[in-house]
Ligand binder design. Structure first.
Ligand code: DC
Length: 234
């Protein structure tokens, strides 16, 4: 069977990972959550006190980057690969609002990006991968056969994230989540190194008014069309 690379980029909480996981399962591809890798580096920076309140010791983090080992391990029960930081499962710790508040800043550091992009490219070297993030279609896999750029209003996205955090028992205010979404949109799309922009050949996909099922069906059909096309070309 022909395999392709699927890149899903977009703003925070646009539902990229939901559809990426569904696609990977349906196509028997590997799913990689690149945001989880930036979050794991951020958690490391917090643990090592390179980030304390408003201060960020960027050089300290850069010098320690060789000590940061990020890996994924498939969780049969959950049906996706969880992220590990230096051998420890940190899937839950990286999803807190505190990590979310720092991750965009850590993601602006070119040395961090270089390290993670290299690892992401290795993971996708044999195709058959669905990766979501901010720069997947532009930097990590510029030759991906299918590139989706997901959008939805900031309010829709904040509400989704707010419900997710409430469900997992976090004590949280909607306004704080909205503020985090807006602030990350700004930092992610204005940073100098690999800002979040739509790749020229990406398909823009606004899911504000789409159910998760409809969104999945449409993107799965797009994937199958491209896979079929490749098969008939070869
Ligand atoms: O997808 P996410 O919200 O978990 O990503 C967290 C942060 O990581 C996001 O605000 C920006 C950064 N990120 C990035 O810079 N490049 C990527 N490919 C993925 C995430």
């Amino acid at each position: 069977m022909q395999t392709i690379t699927i890149a899903i980029d977009g703003f925070s909480s646009t539902g990229k990972s939901t559809v990426a996981k569904q696609l990977a399962e349906a196509l028997k591809y590997v799913y990689v959550d690149s945001g989880a890798m930036y979050r794991a580096v951020t958690l490391y920076a917090m643990q090592q006190k390179f980030i304390v309140a408003e201060s960020f010791d960027e050089d300290g983090l850069i010098n320690a980057l060789d000590n940061v080992l990020i890996s994924f391990k498939y969780n049969e029960e959950k049906g996706f690969a969880e992220v590990y930081l230096n051998g420890e499962n940190v899937e839950k710790e990286i999803r807190t609002l505190e990590v979310s508040n720092y991750v965009s800043t850590v993601s602006t550091v070119p040395e961090v990006r270089r390290k993670l992009v290299e690892q992401q490219q290795e993971m996708g070297a044999n195709k058959g991968v669905v990766m979501d993030g901010r720069d997947i279609g532009t930097v990590v896999f510029p030759d991906a056969e299918l590139k989706i750029f997901m959008t939805a209003s900031a309010e829709t996205r904040a509400l989704r994230r707010y419900r997710e955090l409430l469900d997992r028992g976090d004590d949280i205010e909607y306004e704080d989540v909205l503020q985090n979404v807006v602030s990350r949109d700004y930092i992610d799309s204005t940073r100098e190194d690999s800002p979040l922009v739509k790749a020229e050949d990406a398909i823009e996909f606004d899911n504000s008014n789409l159910s998760i099922e409809d969104q999945f069906e449409r993107i799965l059909n797009m994937s199958r069309d491209i896979i079929g096309q490749k098969k008939s070309d070869s």
